[in-house]
Design a protein around this ligand. Structure first.
Ligand code: AMP
Length: 256
């Protein structure tokens, strides 16, 4: 059986190496996912990574992994970051950018990558652009998932995650086989701390003021793909694959 990559390089940083990286794809993809919290970026990122054999790089996952470390293993910047995260606020740009720069090996990996939750501000987008230029790995596409605001709130309120393996569910749209238990590992499902109502309001405001402007930033670079995120995850994924393959065909024709 194929063993799953443990994402150690990304989640732990500090020069850690991934186990079971698997076969490299012949044409690695370099993709950013955008969209409000709760739109389903994480679920689509997992599917897309399996499909493209790419690495799923989520900055939120790095912070959630840090929550499991003991106090003396945390740097002051990461400790402060966990406070911002709990309240639903964005972590300061310097902390997030330093964290990504420290993991540049993951951006340079021969698997390619799907960035989920980074960049979230213009300063982060500019830092990413400069970093990718230094390693000569320009972005292939930026996918923006669109969903009406009331559906965003419903999705977040019903989201449940498995703390043990990170799998994500929804109490209405993506039910686990046994109520409250993870299909993959059987552990109990919980609500993310920052999915509670007070934090969600702050996260949606942060998205509107800081992250939405990235849509124009990437549109002006001819990288933007808009995807309607309504409906079941499988339908959204079909739309995503269709638009992505069209965009890549267009791109190859322009390069040829
Ligand atoms: P996510 O799982 O992407 O929704 O991220 C969860 C939380 O981690 C966010 O609400 C922020 O507090 C923090 N976070 C993750 N990525 C970033 C980022 N690129 N910039 C600032 N804060 C971030």
């Amino acid at each position: 059986m194929k063993s799953k990559n443990d994402q150690a390089s990304w989640l732990q940083g500090n020069g850690a190496r991934c186990s079971a990286p698997g076969k490299f794809p012949p044409a690695p993809y370099h993709i950013v996912l955008l969209g409000p919290p709760g739109v389903g970026k994480g679920t689509q990122a997992e599917r897309l990574c399996r499909h493209l054999n790419a690495c799923h790089l989520s900055t939120g996952d790095v912070f959630r992994a840090a929550k499991c470390l003991s106090d003396n293993q945390l740097t002051p910047a990461i400790k402060a970051a966990l406070g911002y995260m709990r309240r639903g606020d964005l972590v300061p740009d310097d902390t997030v950018i330093d964290m990504v720069v420290e993991r540049v090996r993951c951006l340079n990996c021969q698997h390619g990558f799907v960035l989920d939750g980074f960049p979230r501000t213009l300063a982060q987008a500019e830092a990413l652009e400069a970093l990718l230029e230094t390693i000569n790995k320009p972005l292939d596409a930026v996918v923006n998932f669109d969903l009406p605001a009331e559906m965003v709130v419903e999705r977040i309120a019903g989201r449940r995650i498995c703390k043990a393996c990170g799998a994500s569910y929804h109490i209405k749209n993506q039910k686990p086989k046994a109520e409250g238990l993870c299909d993959s590992c059987g552990a109990a499902l919980t609500q993310r701390e920052d999915d509670r109502e007070e934090s969600v309001r702050v996260r949606l405001e942060a998205y509107e003021s800081a992250t939405r402007p990235l849509i124009d930033f990437y549109r002006s670079r001819n990288l933007l793909l808009n995807i309607n995120a309504e409906g079941p995850p499988a339908d959204v994924f079909d739309r995503l694959c269709f638009e992505l393959s069209l965009a890549m065909t267009r791109k190859r024709r322009t390069v040829a």
